[in-house]
Design a protein around this ligand. Structure first.
Ligand SMILES: [Zn+2]
Length: 100
């Protein structure tokens, strides 16, 4: 489901039910509270992380692992949840690439 990135599993299913459709994509089949939480938070988190890392990259090209870790976790979470087509995901990939 490409148009409802930030809806929880139950919100997606009830939206689709109005079309008489049940989604069986991996994200819907394996929905968890964590996955729902990620969908609610990834836009805000990505924006915050990208702002911080953009600044960090200017002053310290080799930041501590603990600075990068939450960003990598968000990136992994989005990848697992199939949100790789979201612009925020591309932003995280590009930002993490600067620190490799
Ligand atoms: Zn689905």
């Amino acid at each position: 489901m490409y148009f409802t990135n930030d809806l929880s599993h139950s919100e997606r299913q009830s939206e689709l039910a109005s079309y008489g459709f049940t989604c069986h994509c991996p994200s819907c089949e394996h929905a968890t509270p964590e996955a729902d939480g990620l969908r609610k938070q990834y836009k805000g988190l990505a924006q915050t992380y990208l702002l911080i890392l953009n600044w960090v990259a200017k002053v310290n090209p080799k930041p501590k692992e603990s600075t990068i870790e939450p960003v990598r976790r968000l990136y992994e979470g989005m990848r697992k949840e199939g949100l790789t087509y979201a612009p925020q995901y591309r932003g995280l990939v590009m930002m993490l690439g600067k620190f490799l």
